[in-house]
Design a binder for this molecule. Structure first.
Ligand code: ATP
Length: 297
């Protein structure tokens, strides 16, 4: 190999190395930086509640987890990241209420039981207004609800995720330090394996799946308390096994619960002790995270 040939190879090597470095820099610039909560806020654990598609009871499960954790003495917040279809404020009797800003931070509203809530509905002038925001605006709102919100000190921030596997859902995973997600599914979705979409999304984003909840699994007969399975026998365990997940419990179709969500009296009306396995799993994850970080749970 003559000197000229050596120079050519050296130049090519240098060129490809600097191109690689440029590409790496560009990728780093594109990846959204995960920012912490606002100054002075301490949020110990962030847990997401997701579903493969909308309307399966994600907000209901978020509400149950929040109330159960709060009932056990934890400081709990709910970030309603379901920006285009927010249901949390209505469930907790906050219809028509508005969040205000103080020192450049949004101040979350508190439920009667002390759960802090931030939602698009609390910043819209009229809660019936449709949210006709494009993806980046929705993503910006979620980031603001996380990083520019006066959450104070929280043991748990539960994130009611946007339904399905849209880019907005990905933004939440990229912007917030979500420790794990609970997947909510309806009986029909278990049959159609819609759950798989949520599992894949979590895997792609490297977020652990804490387990699977089946909502609207059965109806309890008001006369004899027999459980009736209108969609056929439950596929919860089978689906959980298929995706190597933990089955975290079932909820019945409960007209009392539906009415309470509509009337805004969810927090007062929901029975105690629902979804015990799911609640216990969230607590265990928090304890594990605290132990790994060398701090109190
Ligand atoms: N187990 C249940 N029994 C009775 N009604 C229920 C039950 N689960 C959910 N619902 C009702 O179904 C509707 C949708 O529930 P919810 O808002 O929790 O679903 P979601 O998955 O969060 O929906 P979206 O994707 O639109 O945000 C609500 O009116 C709620 O009250």
């Amino acid at each position: 190999m003559d000197e000229q040939e050596k120079d050519r190879i050296r130049e090519e090597f240098e060129a490809s190395r600097s191109k690689g470095a440029e590409q790496q820099q560009a990728q780093q610039a594109q990846a959204p930086q995960q920012e912490g909560p606002a100054e002075g806020c301490v949020i110990k654990n962030v847990i997401g509640v997701v579903s493969g598609k909308g309307g399966v009871g994600k907000s209901l499960v978020t509400g149950i987890l929040a109330r159960e954790l709060s009932r056990r003495g934890a400081k709990v917040g709910i970030l309603d990241a379901d920006v285009t279809g927010p249901s949390i404020p209505k469930m907790f009797g906050m219809s028509g209420c508005h969040a205000y800003a103080q020192d450049n931070l949004l101040v979350p509203l508190e439920t009667k039981g002390g759960i802090k809530v931030m939602s698009a509905n609390l910043v819209l002038e009229n809660e019936d207004d449709p949210v006709l925001w494009r993806g980046p605006v929705v993503a910006g709102a979620i980031k603001q609800f996380w990083g520019q919100c006066a959450w104070g000190e929280l043991d748990y921030l539960l994130v009611d995720m946007p339904p399905g596997t849209s880019d907005v859902a990905l933004t939440v995973f990229q912007s917030l330090p979500v420790e794990g997600v609970v997947i909510v599914s309806s009986p029909q979705d278990l049959v159609q394996m819609v759950v798989g979409k949520a599992v894949k999304m979590a895997n792609m984003m490297d977020v652990p799946v804490l387990g699977l909840v089946e909502n609207m699994a059965y109806v309890t007969c008001p006369h004899c308390a027999e459980k009736i399975f209108p969609y056929g026998p439950s596929r919860l365990q089978e689906t959980a096994d298929h995706f190597d997940l933990v089955a975290l419990g079932q909820l019945p179709i409960d007209p009392v619960l539906a009415a309470a969500c509509d009337a805004g009296s969810f927090e007062q009306s929901v029975p105690d002790g629902l979804l015990p396995e799911a609640v216990q799993t969230v607590i265990q994850v928090a304890e594990l995270t605290a132990a790994l970080a060398g701090r109190d749970a």
